[in-house]
Structure formats: structure tokens, C-alpha cells
Design a protein around this ligand. Structure first.
Ligand code: AMP
Ligand code: GLY
Length: 429
């Protein structure tokens, strides 16, 4: 029996999802995306080029191909209600419906849910329906604050006082915003990502990952969608203790229980972005999907059939255990020169000798077999190995071999950067 699975989305994360599904010879992968992703196209029995938020279009396309199940990569289709529409058409989908996706798409909803259900790990926060009302609070509040538009901003909407802006800068920034704003205490610590498969009730947790948001080496420069990420062979991180990880898991389980109690159960991938502080993990945000790049760390390690997990998510029957290879991973994104502020698009790009690395296509265009850059993260290279040093060497060699006007962060996954994280955390404790 062939299972036809539709992957919605056209970036590196969706390429990794498609690759994980395609490992099973009984799965036929289909894709819907705004622009043709050459990596997904090669793995697919068919692709539809349409806006991922075109709810009616996605449903019509899925129906015309006789799709059995779907999975949503990015957040925009979740917010557009694509899951509600696909399920309305009888296509069970791994991804939360609109109401449950608000955990990600509305930061005010997320904080209010945590507060009203007494979920731990919530920083002190205030919601302002009108950004103008946030100005006096910003002026008078003593400590540093994080300024966050409540809606989706592609990971680029947050400004941290004492980091990217001073108090006056934060006030000037909030004045430029439209729509509700969340102000919250600035958290100090080390960030980590914990993702879980969720079937409405149960969570199956994935290995811990650390992403790198800043554009340049040494964590400098503007925030990006994520420049690269790593995970360790023991699926833990040396600056996150076992009790810290258990606490992060419990916080995510409580969020899943709370959203279920509200009558809008969450079926999909829950992504917890945590700040490990001196007092333990605090939630920076929840996402209602795999991380990009974090999907590229965990999916290549999956030793359990992904299509079975996908069906477990939609049907409320996740297996209690999922197997992961005991390997470390390092993912590095090649981004156009000038990214994120003024990316140089339309430039030729050649992967070169990527050797043992896995390669995932992101924001690239392929014409006559030749790749050119678009305006966002282009190719992700992933090294897998028995330890971080091996995985890093594989990823770095592949990244350095890519020819074109692109750059990457050489420091991601290095022993030096890891040591810095550990020292920082020790100093805080
Ligand atoms: P987000 O768009 O929510 O992922 O936030 C982008 C980045 O801002 C995060 O990766 C954190 O580095 C930082 N950030 C968000 N909220 C806070 C906070 N309350 N305190 C400190 N840093 C934060
Ligand atoms: N890696 C951050 C994100 O996917 O939101």
C-alpha cells in the first residue's frame, strides 16, 4: 500500500522532512510550495507551485493528487488555517489547526495561556494592545526588557534592551510597531531548542539542539532565521543538566495539556525555545512546527519510520518510543553576502564537493541545472558523526567547498564555541 504524503513548504526544513519520508519505499512524497525547491522536486512524485497560504488552492491540489496525509513545514500556512481546511477535506495533517497554532502565531495568547494555567517557565510580561501604551512602561520599568510584536515576524521582530537597543532605542522601536506588543523581562542564559512530536495528548521528545540566530561569528550582528545548529551524540547539551531538560519537557507537556483543556488539542510538532537561566529553563517562545535549521539536525538521526510517526501524530497514537541514531550533527547554512539586511540575490552557486555531508536546498533557484541564490538562506550542509568534532569537520568542509557569493559561520559546532557556552552557564549558576 502506497501512502501519499503532501509536504507543504519549500525551504531547507521541508527538504529534510521530504528526505525523511522518502526513506520509506512505501511513501510517495508530494510537495506544495511557492517556488520550486530542486531538492524537494527530485524526491517528489509531483509538486504544485502555489502560495503555501492559499488554503483553497492547497486543498484542491491535494485532492487532485489523492493525498492521504499532509505535514506542514512553515508557520504561515498554520496561521492561514491550511490544516483546518485539509482536515475538513478528509486529509489528516501533522500540524496544529489555527486555534492551537496560536501558541506560535500570537505571543500574547501564548503568555496568557502559560499564566492562566500556571505553567512554569513564563517570564514576567505585559501585553499592550496598542504599542503607544507600551511607551510609559518602557520608560519607567527598571530592568531590561524584550520588545516583541505579538504576531509572526520571521524571527526578526524582537529587540532586546541592553543587547541590540538601549531604552531610547526600544521606545523608538515600539513606536514603529502596529498591532499588539508583548514586553517581557530580559532573560540571561544559554538558549536551547527542544522539539517534540505531539498527538494531541502525548509528547515524544527529540534530541536537544542549539541554533545560532546571529548573522556573524562570535554571535554578533543582526538576528537571522538561524545560521546553523548542532546536536550531540548523547542527544543532550553540556550546559543543560538532566533536571533542566526534565523541567523543559514538563513545561512542554503542561502546555500541550493546557491547550487540550481549552478544547483545541495540538497535533503536530511543538518546538520549545528555552533560555537556560541561573534559575532553570524559561520559555522564550513556542513554535508550532519544526525549527529551521533544527529539523536538519534531528530528522537525519531518526531511525524510526517517519511516516508512521506522522500517522501517530494525526491519529492520536504516537509510539511511546522513537529511535534516534547515537550521533552528533552540525548544520551550517550558506547565506547570500549581505544577508539578512541586503542579501545579494541572483548569484551563481555551486555546491562543489560536499563529500559525506548531507545537503538541503533552501532559498535557491535552479535553471538548466545551474543554481542561483535568492534572498534568504540558500543551502544547508549537515555533518553527522560519532562526536561533535567529526560532524563539524564534515559540515565545515562541505560549507567551505560551496562556490559563490555566499558565506557561513565557521564557528558553529566548534569546540571553542561549545566551551564558551559551558563557561557562560557555569558563571551564571
Ligand atoms: P524570537 O523571535 O521570539 O525567537 O526571539 C528572537 C531572539 O530574541 C531569541 O532567539 C532570543 O535570543 C531573543 N529573546 C527573545 N525573548 C527574549 C527574552 N525575554 N530575553 C532575552 N532574549 C530574548
Ligand atoms: N530556528 C528557529 C526557528 O525555526 O524558528
Amino acid at each position: 500500500m502506497v501512502l501519499k504524503v503532501l509536504v507543504v513548504g519549500g525551504g531547507g526544513r521541508e527538504h529534510a522532512i521530504a528526505a525523511a519520508l522518502a526513506k520509506n519505499p512505501d511513501v510517495q512524497v508530494y510537495g506544495v510550495m511557492a517556488r520550486r525547491n530542486p531538492g524537494i522536486a527530485r524526491l517528489s512524485a509531483g509538486i504544485g507551485l502555489l502560495a503555501e497560504t492559499d488554503t483553497a488552492g492547497v486543498v484542491a491540489w491535494a485532492r487532485s493528487r489523492g493525498i492521504d496525509r499532509a505535514i506542514i513545514g512553515p508557520e504561515a500556512p498554520l496561521e492561514a488555517g491550511v490544516v483546518d481546511a485539509l482536515e475538513g477535506a478528509g486529509i489528516p495533517t501533522a500540524g496544529p489547526r489555527y486555534a492551537a497554532a496560536r501558541l506560535e502565531t500570537d505571543k500574547a495568547f501564548c503568555r496568557d495561556l502559560m499564566q492562566s494555567h500556571g505553567i512554569r517557565g513564563c517570564p514576567l510580561y505585559r501585553v499592550f494592545r496598542d504599542p503607544a501604551d507600551a511607551v510609559p512602561f518602557l520608560r519607567d520599568h527598571e530592568g531590561d526588557l524584550a520588545v516583541k510584536p505579538a504576531g509572526l515576524t520571521g524571527g526578526k521582530g524582537v529587540r532586546i534592551m541592553g543587547e541590540q537597543v538601549d531604552r531610547e532605542g526600544a521606545i523608538a522601536y515600539v513606536k514603529t510597531l502596529r498591532g499588539p506588543v508583548v514586553l517581557e523581562e530580559r532573560l540571561i542564559g544559554e538558549e536551547f531548542t527542544l522539539q517534540a512530536f505531539v498527538d494531541g495528548t502525548r509528547l515524544v521528545y527529540m534530541p536537544l539542539v542549539q541554533d545560532h540566530k546571529r548573522a556573524f561569528e562570535g554571535d554578533t550582528g543582526p538576528n537571522t532565521g538561524g545560521m546553523g545548529s548542532y546536536s550531540m551524540q548523547d542527544h543532550a547539551l553540556p550546559f543543560v543538566t538532566a533536571p533542566d531538560e526534565a523541567e523543559a519537557r514538563a513545561i512542554m507537556a503542561d502546555a500541550v495539556a493546557a491547550i487540550r483543556r481549552q478544547g483545541t488539542p495540538f497535533h503536530g510538532i511543538l518546538y520549545g525555545q528555552f533560555m537556560n537561566t541561573a534559575k532553570g529553563p524559561r520559555v522564550i517562545e513556542f513554535n508550532a512546527r519544526f525549527g529551521d535549521p533544527e529539523a536538519m539536525n534531528v530528522l537525519p538521526l531518526l531511525a524510526t519510520d517517519f511516516s508512521g510517526i506522522l500517522c501517530g501524530i494525526t491519529d492520536g497514537s504516537l509510539p511511546s518510543r522513537v529511535e534516534w541514531e547515537p550521533l552528533a550533527t552540525v548544520c551550517k547554512y550558506l547565506v547570500p553576502e549581505g544577508y539578512p539586511d541586503a542579501p545579494l540575490s541572483g548569484q551563481p552557486l555551486e555546491p562543489g564537493d560536499t563529500d559525506r555531508a548531507l545537503v538541503y536546498y533552501g532559498s535557491v533557484e535552479e535553471k538548466d541545472g545551474r543554481l542561483t541564490t535568492l534572498s534568504s538562506r540558500t543551502l544547508a550542509v549537515v555533518g553527522k558523526g560519532p562526536d561533535l568534532a567529526t560532524a563539524e569537520a564534515i559540515a565545515e568542509r562541505a560549507a567551505a567547498g560551496v562556490r559563490g557569493r555566499v558565506r557561513h559561520r565557521r564557528d558553529i559546532g566548534t569546540a571553542a564555541l561549545l566551551a564558551k557556552r559551558v563557561t557562560h552557564m557555569e558563571a551564571l549558576r
